[in-house]
Design a protein around this ligand. Structure first.
Ligand SMILES: *[C@@H]1O[C@H](CO)[C@@H](O)[C@H](O)[C@H]1NC(C)=O
Ligand SMILES: *[C@@H]1O[C@H](CO)[C@@H](O)[C@H](O)[C@H]1NC(C)=O
Length: 495
């Protein structure tokens, strides 16, 4: 009987919701839950200006910039526009891992756009020549922001959305771009949610040892013995390297090739450290396939792996296998294929996107982060401005300009800005490179104690800790307030 009533109730609810067009009742395990329809993005291309800042060099030349759009939740001509300022990768990866934006769009009846950053994914201004010198030179933060400003302006016209307030969203470097959009184009953007945006550390501000110290802290907080075991394993490797016992190193780490030089050992150390970086950043409470394939709570899994088995180096090999051998199909570790050293000591990823990010790390984005074996559990791997300069001159024929990003985008002197949320999770090694304290009533820092790298941008999940649920709630409230105020201004202008 109760079951029949429930069925009738759910059916009625389903009908009503379907009629409303944007919420659904679905079965999740044994429970019925209200959820939003899966976002159905259309992939489109926008004819974009190649060079916004020089009318001669490229003339009116254009390239095709990819974007994803869905109006399935949108109250046409009225609902706000949620615009994701794409970062260093294929735009689909961000769209598929930022469910919070579409969940909020369903609630607020917003139009959702995910724009791809120039030189990433399929948005290559010069096709396969994009990473040649000098073609790569139009890859700058300023050009990317101008792309977004032009795209928003044009799409608003095309979609009859002039009255619709625009909120920008971004995670990590994408969050930095959201901040910069609000600083640079407050005429176009009413507010920004910058999730895990390390705007300070990437502008050369702060302690170069902070990043790897905070990676270490995640493993230490899980279990101090875990940190000691990782440190011990790296020390054992160092001893073997000093003895030039390369055959033993190869067998301990199942390397495809026998290392034969200090450079190979350096590469191996970089690859090993990178696995810990990724597990710390992506320490989500459920399994994910973003940037890398991760089990739930990878830091905890890593520490369990690190503290069992025979031998520290064997344990270290198995632990980095969580990242590099998630399929269980790897027969040996190819150190130069699985990890590419670049101007970002936290990793550039693989493929063409890694070239673009390397170039950005050689120009405007400053990441001279070091591990030192004292304030962290890793071998000393310094990366000074001098090393950066040498690398970048050789690789890209450019000389980095320390301090430029800080000059351009204000560093920590943000008090005259407004309507920006800086959210950060305590598990994220990037967090302390960002804004952690509110700077005014409209420059709001949100802290998520149990959050890793922009967990708040991800869609809701039954495993979410309360702190991220609260953070998302607060973010929604602030954003809807911004939209209301902006709408008021627009109506004021029309009168
Ligand atoms: C660019 O400008 C030239 C000269 O005015 C014109 O002939 C050409 O059609 C323009 N190209 C585009 C793509 O607008
Ligand atoms: C990858 O995982 C499988 C399954 O656990 C294991 O048999 C194999 O030895 C691992 N490969 C490496 C290189 O560690």
């Amino acid at each position: 009987m109760a079951k029949m009533v429930l069925t009738w109730f759910v059916a009625t609810l389903l009908f009503l919701c379907e009629a409303q067009g944007f919420r659904k009742v679905v079965r999740v395990g044994n429970n019925w839950e209200l959820t939003d329809p899966k976002p159905e993005f259309k992939e489109k291309y926008f004819s974009q200006i190649v060079d916004h800042f020089n009318y001669n060099s490229m003339g009116n030349g254009t390239y095709l910039q990819r974007y994803l759009i869905t109006d399935q939740y949108w109250k046409k001509g009225y609902g706000p526009i949620y615009f994701y300022t794409g970062n260093e990768g294929d735009i689909w990866a961000f769209a598929l891992n930022s469910g919070f934006i579409t969940e909020l769009a369903a609630k607020e009846r917003a139009l959702v756009i995910f724009a791809e950053h120039r030189y990433y994914g399929k948005s290559l201004p010069f096709g396969k020549d994009s990473f040649h010198i000098p073609e790569v030179g139009l890859l700058t933060v300023e050009q990317a922001l101008a792309d977004y400003a032009v795209m928003i302006t044009e799409l608003k016209k095309d979609l009859n959305a002039q009255a619709c307030p625009v909120i920008v969203f971004g995670g990590s470097y994408g969050g930095m771009l959201s901040v910069y959009m609000r600083l640079r184009y407050p005429n176009i953007v009413a507010g920004a949610l910058a999730a895990s945006a390390p705007i300070l550390s990437t502008a050369g501000m702060g302690d170069p040892a902070q990043f790897f110290r905070d990676v270490t802290a995640d493993f230490e907080n899980c279990d101090p013995a875990c940190r000691d075991a990782v440190k011990g394993a790296f020390e054992k490797l160092q001893t073997l390297a000093q003895q030039e016992d390369y055959a033993r190193i190869q067998s301990e780490f199942s390397l495809c090739k026998t290392p034969s030089s200090a450079a190979d050992i350096h590469q191996l150390n970089g690859l090993l450290r990178n696995a810990f970086t990724l597990m710390a950043m992506l320490d989500y409470p459920y399994s994910t396939a973003f940037m890398s394939s991760m089990p739930p709570f990878p830091v905890k899994v890593a520490c369990e792996t690190m503290l069992k088995g025979d031998g520290l180096m064997a344990a270290l090999k198995d632990t980095v296998g969580i990242v590099y051998n998630s399929t269980g199909k790897l027969t040996c570790l190819d150190i130069y294929n699985l990890y590419i050293e670049c101007a970002d000591p936290t990793g550039c990823g693989l493929g063409f996107d890694s070239l673009a990010w390397d170039y950005q790390a050689c120009t405007e984005i400053e990441m001279c982060f070091e591990s030192n074996g004292a304030s962290d559990m890793f071998p000393p791997l310094p990366f000074t401005q001098q090393q950066r300069e040498q690398y970048c001159a050789k690789r890209w024929a450019v000389v980095p300009r320390p301090g430029w990003l800080k000059t351009q985008f204000w560093g920590d002197a943000l008090s005259t800005a407004s309507n920006i949320i800086f959210s950060n999770g305590d598990l994220d090694p990037w967090a302390n490179g960002g804004v952690r304290q509110s700077l005014s009533s409209s420059l709001i820092a949100i802290r998520i104690p149990e959050g890793a790298h922009h967990l708040d941008l991800r869609g809701s999940n039954v495993a979410d800790p309360d702190s991220v649920i609260q953070a998302r709630k607060k973010e929604s409230e602030i954003i809807s307030q911004w939209v209301k105020i902006e709408r008021g201004k627009h109506q004021g202008r029309e009168l």
